[in-house]
Ligand binder design. Structure first.
Ligand code: NAD
Length: 275
């Protein structure tokens, strides 16, 4: 007969990521910062990354450390540069002792029809949104394998699952990162390392907030109409995803309960890709 006592879940620790070190690329604002906050709240030490005003980044880092009690450092690596990505991984391992969680979140967008899509924009979207994740995974996984534990989370998009006109580079990169996620999951499946992708719909970030005001001005319509008729037309629940919701999904993927989830692309899009 089955021993039911043996199937009881392990007791839930208050800070389940207390001994873990996480790098979140593109975490000086928006979704990346929300993910860093969620992982820090679970006890992980955090390496922030991304561009921005040095004083503001310093304040963000101090606030995150004060709010969560986590150790928080910052690395300004340009994710489009393979050498800088590798140095960031090595510096983080030197600073904190390991890299256990890698969240590839840095991303940019450019909108134009294919026939006039600027070639340099194509190259830069692909290098930041796709190749950067490859270089980070390539450099971080030997250490994870040596320790027998790791979590890779790639922030893709609903545009990793479906297309939209005028976003060729972004949609190609986001579809590509889902392929990279599957291959990483398969190669690492026996090493205690999972690799998954999160596919957000529209998320309320400072970037999107700016778009709302700009579009309201240029269309001469109220911001509520821009949100409903322009931005959220594709999102059946008609509201933005929040950075806290994305952070919660990523924290779950890093938790013991998600140990058997690997190679998955998880939509967090209010039903967009269900249609
Ligand atoms: P954001 O502009 O607020 O944040 C992007 C972050 O990436 C910033 O920290 C920025 O400094 C950093 N970054 C940009 N280029 C970089 C580079 N070369 N090297 C290092 N850092 C760099 O945008 P966001 O909305 O928070 O987007 C974060 C991720 O989520 C992106 O991958 C984006 O494609 C994805 N996403 C966003 C939405 C949305 O609606 N906001 C929806 C789906 C997916």
């Amino acid at each position: 007969m089955m021993n039911l006592a043996a199937t009881k879940p392990a007791s839930v620790k208050p800070f389940p990521l207390a001994s873990r070190v996480a790098i979140v690329t593109g975490s000086t604002s928006g979704i990346g910062l929300g993910i860093a906050r969620a992982l820090a709240a679970q006890g992980a030490a955090i390496m922030l990354n991304g561009f921005g005003d040095a004083d503001e980044i310093s304040r963000t880092r101090d606030a995150l450390a004060a709010e969560t009690g986590a150790s928080v450092e910052y690395d300004g690596a340009d994710i489009s540069r393979p050498d800088q990505v590798a140095e960031m991984i090595e510096r983080t391992a030197r600073t904190f002792g390991s890299v256990d969680i890698l969240v590839n979140n840095a991303g940019v967008q450019h909108v134009a029809p294919i026939h006039s899509f600027p070639v340099d924009k194509w190259e830069s979207v692909l290098s930041i949104n796709l190749s950067g994740a490859f270089h980070a995974i390539r450099t971080a996984t030997p250490g994870m394998k040596a320790r027998g534990w790791g979590r890779i989370v790639n922030v893709a998009s609903a545009h990793g699952l479906v297309g939209s006109p005028f976003k060729s580079a972004y949609v190609a990169a986001k579809h590509g990162i889902l392929g990279l996620t599957k291959v990483a999951a398969l190669e690492l499946a026996e090493s205690g390392i999972t690799a998954n992708a999160v596919c957000p719909g529209y998320v309320w970030t400072p970037l999107v907030e700016r778009q709302i005001s700009d579009q309201a001005r240029s269309h001469g319509i109220p911001r509520e109409e821009v949100i409903r008729e322009v931005l959220l037309k594709k999102q059946p629940n008609r509201r933005f995803v929040t950075v806290e919701e994305i952070g919660a999904v990523v924290a779950f993927l890093c938790s013991p309960g998600a140990a058997s989830i690997t190679g998955a692309a998880i939509p967090v899009d209010g039903g967009w890709t269900a249609e």
